[in-house]
Ligand binder design. Structure first.
Ligand code: IPM
Ligand code: MN
Length: 368
């Protein structure tokens, strides 16, 4: 197994959490005898400072030569007054477009060990296991025209989808639903928006290819409420770009912390892996950030790019075990009075130690 991974750690807590994700990948490579090659390149605010662009040509070229790209986070307060096309976030959007992945998979899972962590009651979140499939290359993020006219004090963006763009992401969502609990919730605002009417009509068409999957439709406002009221009723949730951005952050409440959420973007030339959380500049460099989102993102890389399902599961199991042992980063300490808090690095170390033990045991079993 040989895999070329480009690491674009970015800004804020990006570098410190990504370091732990990479360490986990290196542990897996060492134990499994895989050949993972890592390169690093700047993106976002750090790239603006070093190269005058949030996505320097050298970063893009290296990304296009890789098998997978692992991202930390982008953004920082000092760039907040820049126009959207010059901000750190623009670098990430350009990278997403260049790599071509249109289906962003965002799992949201209620870990039993974190049940008291969610502000929702344990009996509400218990057993929740949702997979968001967020369309990533269309909608308001990329639609033209877009502008802010300072003379007339008007600004506009365009929410636009073609049928083909909906078909391809819907197929990914139906496939995933087929391999899970066979339920797909498609989110739209078809009572108001034409784009949503096209979205819904197209999803209904694609559903005919997947007779074993139950399809339901929810308006985005209602979905936001149902996610908090009855999270267990969801399996795969299919959304357009902006709705998915918003709902996936909301779903962090089910897990207990945004720091836990991972994502994989598939369907294009090169897959992109990024935790759902942002750069959190207020806690950057203090060892306070939760690296588990980045580590679980590495697990998705093992699953979707390296096709190492067993190792992906081993990483996910290691995370679960460490949580069951009671280890908590600052964001997870809520509801666990008296629990000592571990740093970003310590949490990373606990995971790869647990992984080492597990894989050692697996190999010992194979040897007999
Ligand atoms: C996310 C982030 C990004 C998005 C930003 C940083 C551009 O919020 O991945 O959810 O809006 O897609
Ligand atoms: Mn977001």
């Amino acid at each position: 197994m040989k895999l070329k991974v480009l690491v674009v750690a970015g800004d804020g807590i990006g570098p410190e959490v990504t370091r732990e994700g990479v360490r986990v990948l290196k542990t897996v490579a060492e134990l499994g005898g895989y050949d993972f090659e890592f390169k690093e390149a700047p993106i976002g605010g750090i790239a603006i400072k070093q190269h005058g662009s949030p996505l320097p040509a050298s970063t893009l070229d290296t990304a296009l030569e890789s098998d997978a790209v692992l991202l930390g986070a982008v953004g920082g307060n000092e760039f907040n007054s820049l126009p959207p096309d010059r901000r750190p976030e623009a670098g990430l959007l350009q990278l997403r477009q260049a790599l071509g992945g249109f289906a962003n998979l965002r799992p949201s899972f209620a870990y039993p060990a974190l049940a008291s962590n969610s502000p929702l009651r344990p009996e509400v979140v218990d057993g929740a296991d949702i997979l968001f499939v967020r369309e990533l290359l269309g909608g308001l993020y990329f639609g033209e025209p877009r502008s802010w006219n300072r003379d007339t004090n008007e600004a506009w963006n365009t929410m636009r989808y073609t049928r083909d763009e909906v078909v391809r992401v819907a197929r990914v969502a139906f496939e995933l639903a087929s391999s899970r609990r066979k339920k797909l919730t498609s989110v739209d605002k078809a009572n108001v928006l034409e784009v949503s009417q096209l979205w819904r009509a197209t999803v209904i068409e694609v559903a005919a290819e997947y007779p074993d999957v139950t399809l339901e439709h929810q308006y985005v406002d209602a979905c936001a409420m149902h996610l908090m009221n009855t999270p267990r009723n969801f399996d795969v949730v299919l959304t357009e770009n902006l709705f998915g951005d918003i709902l996936s952050d909301e779903a962090a409440v089910i897990t207990g912390s945004l720091g836990m959420l991972s994502s994989a973007t598939v369907g294009g030339q090169i897959n992109l892996y990024e935790p759902v959380h942002g750069s959190a500049p207020d806690i950057a460099g203090k060892g306070l950030a939760n690296p588990l989102g980045a580590i679980l993102t590495s697990a998705l890389l093992l699953r979707h790019s390296a096709k190492l399902e067993q190792d992906a599961l081993a990483v996910e199991t290691a995370v679960r075990k460490v949580l069951e042992q009671g280890h908590r980063t600052a964001d997870l300490a809520r509801g666990q009075a008296g629990q000592p808090i571990v740093s970003t690095q310590e949490m990373g170390k606990l995971v790869y130690q647990s992984l080492n033990e597990m894989i050692d045991r697996r190999q010992a079993m194979h040897a007999v």
